[in-house]
Design a binder for this molecule. Structure first.
Ligand SMILES: [Zn+2]
Length: 473
């Protein structure tokens, strides 16, 4: 299926052909099949290691949250109440208080932090949770927006604003580093506008990624919550002068929408293209030609498989009796990073054929050099995918559109409207007007904009900020 024509159809077919997910009878809730879940496990491992290196520990909090907890922070309940599913009875009896399936855990964690934090010696408190959360979405798209999804949510408490803000930026930087270096997706880091802020946050920061249809995905967020949740849940500590102070809290999250982003950034008409660092299959070994008549070929491939496994490389040997063409398609759909073919003639010559998933050409390699070449190719492919994604993003990022009329013309004239860097006066009315007329929303105010803009794209008054605008998932 061709991406250019119908991107969403291409996406849905690609994730099903690759057996990453399946639908379930519960609307908006998908199942993660093993290859889909394994991609998540690799992302999880990379994130988790970095969280621990920066002093965080994992904990687990209940999935059910009492309704009264949501009432304590006004912005929080306003932001989340439309999407909450509720448990109202259990064991045949109505519950005294309704329980929400958590959309995020600030309230439950706030309640517990109030018990755990007594003095400055208890701070900072640096916890993370790996969990499922629920947001009953009207419009769903597997991995990108579903009613139940998997994520991590970090929650920290600090003595003062300076430390909490440092934490907020530190975690955003970790997200950026993982998404760029592990998922090979370039991102812009920046500040969310007030209308796009997390419900209850003082400041929300995000990393934003461009998909191959030019739309944006918010790939991770980090929030400075000030003392709002501390006041709502009475999280106080005794400072060194024996005074009671509210803690400053942060929260930060990334989710399984990263899986959807990887597919939408790197995939092609043949199926998945996965960065080697997260590919469930980094190398697929394939006997080709009349290999059944030459048992030495399978023996050699089994030996190579053992050696690659011993080196920690994720390798599969496809010795099924399907045709080579069928197998090529199958492993291309599944996004195996490298394919190694071995046929009778190659074997005689002491050679094998190596092909990277994202390149057209095949390489003939001496068997004696195979391991070195495989390691090199995986490394080079990882970097090449990031470069390609960056080139695509830069080619579809526009910095010379300075009025709503120009933006409308640009959208009409482009197959991929991409992103537009434009000035904004800071008024919610202008932001809303751009959204209504073009479906372009503010993505973030980048920390390092390629250029600074002087005038608001909507009212053409003096700009307060330079902002990325785009259509978003
Ligand atoms: Zn304006």
């Amino acid at each position: 299926m061709q991406q250019e024509n119908e991107f969403t159809k291409w996406y849905l077919k690609t994730i099903q052909d690759a057996e990453l997910m399946d639908y379930t009878p519960v609307r908006g809730c998908i199942t993660f099949r093993p290859d889909g879940y394994e991609i998540w496990e690799h992302i999880q491992a990379e994130m988790d290691r970095r969280f621990k290196e920066t002093g965080h520990r994992n904990a687990y909090f209940p999935m059910l949250i009492p309704e009264s907890f949501f009432q304590k922070e006004k912005d929080h309940i306003e932001g989340f109440s439309p999407e909450l599913p509720w448990v109202t009875e259990a064991a045949g009896e109505p519950l005294e208080e309704r329980l929400a399936l958590r959309p995020t855990s600030e309230t439950m964690i706030g309640h517990l932090y109030a018990k755990w934090v007594k003095s400055y010696r208890d701070l900072p408190l640096l916890l993370n949770q790996w969990a499922n959360v629920f947001r009953w979405e009207k419009k769903t798209l597997p991995f990108i927006r579903t009613s139940e999804f998997l994520w991590q949510e970090g929650h920290t408490a600090h003595e003062n604003e300076e430390e909490a803000r440092h934490e907020t930026m530190q975690m955003l930087a970790i997200y950026k580093e993982v998404v760029e270096n592990i998922l090979a997706i370039p991102v812009y880091d920046g500040t969310k506008t007030i209308s796009e802020r997390f419900a209850g946050a003082v400041d929300t920061f995000s990393i934003e990624a461009m998909m191959k249809d030019g739309k944006a995905v918010q790939a991770g967020t980090s929030h400075y919550l000030g003392t709002k949740f501390a006041e709502a849940f009475d999280i106080k500590y005794l400072n060194k002068n024996n005074e009671h102070q509210y803690v400053h809290t942060t929260s930060w999250g990334t989710s399984t929408r990263l899986i959807g982003s990887v597919i939408m950034v790197h995939g092609d008409d043949k199926g998945l293209v996965l960065p080697p660092k997260i590919a469930p299959t980094q190398v697929v070994l394939m006997p080709v030609g009349p290999f059944k008549k030459h048992p030495e070929i399978l023996e050699k491939l089994e030996e190579i498989q053992q050696d690659l496994k011993a080196k920690g490389i994720r390798v599969k040997l496809d010795d099924t009796d399907q045709t080579a063409g069928f197998k090529f398609n199958k492993w291309e759909q599944k996004g195996a990073a490298l394919r190694v073919e071995l046929g009778p003639r190659d074997y005689q010559n002491g050679q094998a054929i190596v092909k990277a998933r994202d390149e057209e050409e095949k390489k003939t390699v001496n068997l004696t050099e195979l391991f070195t070449i495989i390691e090199e190719e995986l490394e080079v492919m990882q970097g090449r995918l990031l470069t390609k994604a960056r080139q695509f993003r830069d080619a579809n990022s526009h910095t010379t559109i300075d009025s709503l009329a120009q933006l409308q013309q640009h959208i009409e004239a482009s197959d991929i409207p991409g992103w537009v860097l434009a000035g904004w006066c800071g008024s919610a009315d202008c932001e809303q007007k751009v959204k209504e007329q073009t479906k372009f929303t503010t993505r973030n105010i980048p920390f390092h904009p390629p250029v600074q803009k002087e005038t608001c794209i909507c009212c053409e008054q003096q700009a307060q900020h330079t902002v990325w605008f785009a259509r978003a998932y």
